[in-house]
Design a protein around this ligand. Sequence first.
Ligand SMILES: Nc1ncnc2c1ncn2[C@@H]1O[C@H](COP(=O)(O)OP(=O)(O)OP(=O)(O)O)[C@@H](O)[C@H]1O
Length: 238
Amino acid sequence: MVSDLFPVTMAGARTSRRGIVLVGPIDLTLEGQGACVVIGPNGSGKTSFLRMLHGAARLTGGSITWGCPTPEARRRQAFVFQRPVMLRRTVEQNLTYPLIVHGVSRREAQSRARQWAGKVGLASMLDRQASILSGGEQQKLALARALITRPKLLFLDEPCASLDGRATREIEEILQSTKAEGTRLIMSTHDMGQARRMADQVLFLLRGKLHDQGKAPGFFDRPGTPQARAFLRGDIVE
Ligand SMILES: Nc1ncnc2c1ncn2[C@@H]1O[C@H](COP(=O)(O)OP(=O)(O)OP(=O)(O)O)[C@@H](O)[C@H]1O
């Protein structure tokens, strides 16, 4: 039996760089369902929070405890960055690569690559160089490349930054069906429309601390702190 990743518990968790705390200490337990959306002003620590939880930023204090051993938890997570890094290869090769690295046969990898390219609307672009795709197409490829490994948890850092309305909607549709299939999403966004559309749970970061949190949609109507209220109104919060 495969044990569950969740709940994950952060106890005094923090990450620092050259002695400066980027985010933390954070005390928080996350359960395994739905989309958790991380919001907050620029520099409040959203990216650092995601990276710390994923293990991409070193924990410099406190602990993070998964429902299963940490190496197993990390194997079952994927991370989509704000500016996806593409292999200088075709769309198909970008999709087959993570599978082949995990020991999947080339034939099986190609079949799954075609299936995933179809799911994200890139079926006609399999032979195209990934580097010449548009921003929206690259972000869809990055999503498919993350999802093709069937992660239980997907981190997304501003997945729709600099995308237009249509590309944003397409990405959100993929994320909604990913969520419906049981993958936990933890994502940051500056787009409060997107936060409202996507969130089951909201974390509001301010100056590297978890300042407020709540379930959606209630959080958006009744944030618990004046700072969260001001941020949601669009006021400058520092
Ligand atoms: N590698 C690093 N070295 C030093 N400081 C860093 C590093 N990465 C982030 N920081 C600092 O940590 C703080 C939090 O940054 P982070 O990128 O996590 O915030 P954010 O909420 O994601 O910001 P944004 O909304 O602008 O993307 C900022 O003050 C940033 O300058």
